[in-house]
Design a protein. Structure first.
Lengths: 180, 180
DNA sequence: ATCCCATATGTACGAGCGTACACAGCGGAC
DNA sequence: GTCCGCTGTGTACGCTCGTACATATGGGAT
């Protein structure tokens, strides 16, 4: 049999789950499909994650961390010389530019919190993390509003198929940043 | 056997689908569950709706119409004496106030467009309808931004479990309405 | 009166699912 | 060295699902 006490086993399963959701959506997520993708036996997935909710929590948390790292790496949100609205609009453009796969995956896990209370704390983390980054440049209320607007704009692009309009996004974000 | 050529049959199935999604989410939607809810045989649902996507399109469209009617009935968006931001914030408060069932149902069908291209035109209709109503009071760009912000604020309430803060929503909406 | 077809129905099939459970083997406790 | 428990594995059960299909029937067209 395969080696025991594989410390990477759990991580391999999470990575596989993310690939499965990216390819076929949450609808295609099952203990079996993840096991096949990760090339581990069925019992291994059910052992490490009793329920699919648990697996989704781990996958969403990992996706969030990846996004946060990508934002931090870009660094524009910390540079006081850049305009927050411009920077956010550019960030969205970059995110939405490539194929839909990446952003679709993250939003699908994020939106799954609508019906799965277990995911809500992780979804809240995402909002708070982004709002926290923005709080270095604006007040908390504005930061929160910006996060909501970013979410709304991305969603409309993804849900309606409308192409992303960076100029429009920048203008809308700029209005929110303009204090009371 | 039951009577033939029942003209209400199709409508009964759509109504049942909406109740099923409201109760158990899209995950619980199947030809069988809808057939049971509508008290029709299985073959009836598969006959009228070859795929579940078709059924979801019909359900989302009906839900959208219900929402549009509710907004129109409130009427505040047409009264030039009211503030658009205040009116929208109040509308959201009303919508989010009761149990989550109604708004959860509509958002779940709406968000399903992320992965189901068949739903995107209907999701786009929803955005355009609301933006159209708002266009009587503001320019089209502002209207579009308001719709995005409304979506974002509602989502964050629903996804994170945060209680709705009408004062905050009104302030954020007000900033967007303030012309550039 | 006859025919045709959209509508309506019941049943059966194969696939995939979560779950449960018995068993295997490693590693630390003692 | 012995034992125990956590990690890992394979298999089988019962269920629900979409789909296909043979069949029934009513009403409009001819």
């Amino acid at each position: 049999m395969a080696r025991r006490h594989d410390p990477e086993r759990r991580q391999r399963i999470i990575d596989a789950a993310i690939r499965v959701v990216g390819r076929g959506g949450i609808a295609g997520l099952s203990h079996r499909s993840v096991a096949a993708e990760a090339d581990v036996p069925l019992g291994s997935t059910t052992y490490h994650f009793k329920t699919l909710d648990e697996l989704m929590v781990a996958a969403l948390r990992q996706a969030n961390e990846g996004f946060a790292k990508a934002v931090a790496a870009r660094g524009g949100l910390e540079d006081p010389r850049t305009d927050v609205a411009t920077e956010l609009a550019a960030l969205m453009g970059e995110w939405l530019a490539g194929d839909r796969t990446g952003v679709e995956l993250e939003y699908e896990l994020y939106l799954a919190a609508l019906r799965r209370p277990a995911l809500r704390p992780v979804a809240a983390e995402w909002c708070e993390d982004l709002a926290g980054q923005l709080s270095r440049r604006t007040d908390p209320v504005t930061a929160r509003a910006l996060v909501a607007l970013v979410d709304g704009i991305c969603l409309q692009v993804l849900l309606t198929g409308t192409p992303y309009d960076e100029t429009y996004a920048r203008e809308a974000l700029r209005r929110v940043t303009a204090a009371g």
